[in-house]
Design a protein around this ligand. Structure first.
Ligand code: MN
Ligand code: MN
Length: 476
């Protein structure tokens, strides 16, 4: 089987649509470097498109009907959207799923210290990172600090051109002889990923009488750089050092997503795993027409650390929301929730590893995704003997093939890489627990989990087209 290059399938009008969609997507990436920021953007756009908040409808006991659009957010980090179809919910939904958390460095709870004249923030990395990739690049701080009285201070520093940035230092090459002998996995250790946030001491004016004259002498104190940081943070955010305890601060690469290549065919940006699938799924949800089956889109947190926690896919948040929606439709029962979920079809979307000619031996060329090759389907993921994978049914794959052919969507099938080299998981197996049809799908990414990841504009556009076709036609 040969993979068609998606670019070759487009006419002039589609080429323009590809570029327009890429611009929207890059904008989304720039405004959403944390889960919370993504949720803000998504909720704003969803409300503009007529989506109503589930909790408000519950409080007002507003019944739902065909065509209604409703969303529920969980702890500002996960969201589920429903568009009620013509058929009963118990006949199943068509569900799009993706995750909005990305690998990064998280600030610890007692992070601030001074060493050698620098003020540092201590970090613990989140998700799978090649630690050596995170040194000497400009970093930004995004997140929230929640004070004891419940007020939330939003932090976003390092993105505007006149903002300061932060960085992790690395040893100069001139002295790196020993360091360079180390294995790549240990050359930069996790505890070495603390970011430098300042170098200037707090200077206190101290008046002293000398020979009967006033003389001003500037004196510095112990840990004066650290103290200066606290003074600046107090001034900027009105916070005390203890407020770090209840903060979620994420250190991410600073700067905007960019077009890549002379032909501008690619996008280089942070956090494309998995915001590329989240964005294209979300947009498909907004652009779709009214459908027979209820359409659903779930965008979750914590995938990169095992889908755990109240906002991860393993949380009952999604199931609870389905129960509430059924209730507002006047159809709730425990059995109906189960029937609805068991009869559903899902595209569980996450990024797939794109073939990298520089590392060709890591891939099976016949079963790998190519950048520009269209939307990707992974019948299974997992590692070493498909372990931990959701292996989609052949019957379901046949159904999906038929839908994509009908909608003329370019797609490719792939595995992550060569069989014994490693692997990765997604949220697919969690939804499959309900007995529904689930398949892993998504967009190919080069340099996955690096500070800057690359995708093809054509694949991003094609994914949205694929999601729309799925929402409209899937029914198995
Ligand atoms: Mn992912
Ligand atoms: Mn990932």
């Amino acid at each position: 089987m040969e993979t068609k290059n998606t670019w070759e399938t487009y006419d002039e009008k589609q080429m323009q649509e590809v570029d327009a969609f890429a611009r929207e997507y890059m904008n989304f990436l720039d405004n959403g470097k944390t889960e919370r920021e993504c949720i803000d953007t998504i909720v704003n756009e969803a409300e503009k498109a007529g989506y109503q908040e589930l909790n408000a409808l519950i409080a007002q006991k507003t019944p739902l009907k065909t065509g209604d659009k409703v969303y529920a957010v969980w702890m500002n980090k996960s969201i589920v959207m429903f568009r009620i179809g013509k058929k009963a919910m118990t006949e199943g939904m068509n569900i799009l799923g993706a995750h909005i958390d990305s690998p990064r460095l998280d600030v610890k709870q007692n992070p601030l210290y001074e060493e050698g004249g620098f003020a540092y923030l201590d970090t613990h990395y989140y998700g799978g990172v090649k630690k050596y990739q995170w040194v000497t690049i400009p970093l930004a701080i995004h997140g929230v600090i929640v004070k004891k009285d419940g007020t939330t201070v939003e932090v976003n520093v390092g993105e505007n051109e006149d903002d300061p940035v932060f960085f992790v230092s690395d040893l100069l090459i001139h002295l790196a002889q020993e360091q360079l002998e180390k294995k790549a996995s240990t050359v930069i250790e996790g505890e070495a990923l603390d970011i430098i946030i300042g170098n200037k001491p707090l200077i206190i004016d101290k008046k002293e009488k000398k020979d009967g004259e006033d003389q001003t002498e500037e004196k510095t104190e112990k840990e004066a750089v650290r103290k200066n940081m606290l003074a600046i943070l107090k001034e900027m955010y009105e916070i005390e050092e203890e407020d770090f305890i209840s903060a979620e601060l994420e250190i991410v690469p600073a700067g905007k997503a960019r077009e890549a290549g002379f032909d501008r065919s690619m996008i280089l940006g942070y956090g494309q795993d998995d915001r590329v699938c989240a964005f294209s799924s979300f947009k498909a949800m907004l652009e779709m027409k009214e459908t027979e089956r209820t359409a659903c889109c779930i965008l979750v947190d914590k995938e990169e650390i095992g889908s755990v926690g109240a906002t991860g896919m393993q949380s009952k948040f999604f199931e609870n929301a389905v129960a509430e929606v059924l209730n507002l439709l006047g159809e709730y029962s425990e059995l109906n929730v189960r029937r609805c979920l068991a009869s559903s079809c899902m595209l569980s979307s996450d990024v797939s590893s794109a073939f990298d000619p520089g590392y060709a031996s890591s891939f099976d060329k016949k079963n790998v995704a190519y950048l520009g090759g269209g939307m990707v389907f992974n019948k299974f993921t997992g590692a070493r003997g498909k372990s931990g994978s959701n292996d989609a049914n052949a019957e379901y794959l046949a159904h999906i093939r038929a839908i994509f052919e009908k909608a003329d969507v370019n797609f490719q099938t792939a595995e992550l890489g060569k069989v014994d080299l490693g692997g990765g998981g997604t949220i697919a197996y969690i939804l499959a627990l309900y007995g529904m049809n689930v398949i892993d799908s998504g967009v190919a990414v080069l340099n996955m989990h690096a500070p800057w990841e690359a995708t093809s504009k054509a694949d991003v556009y094609e994914a949205k087209r694929g999601y729309m076709a799925f929402l409209e036609y899937a029914d198995l």
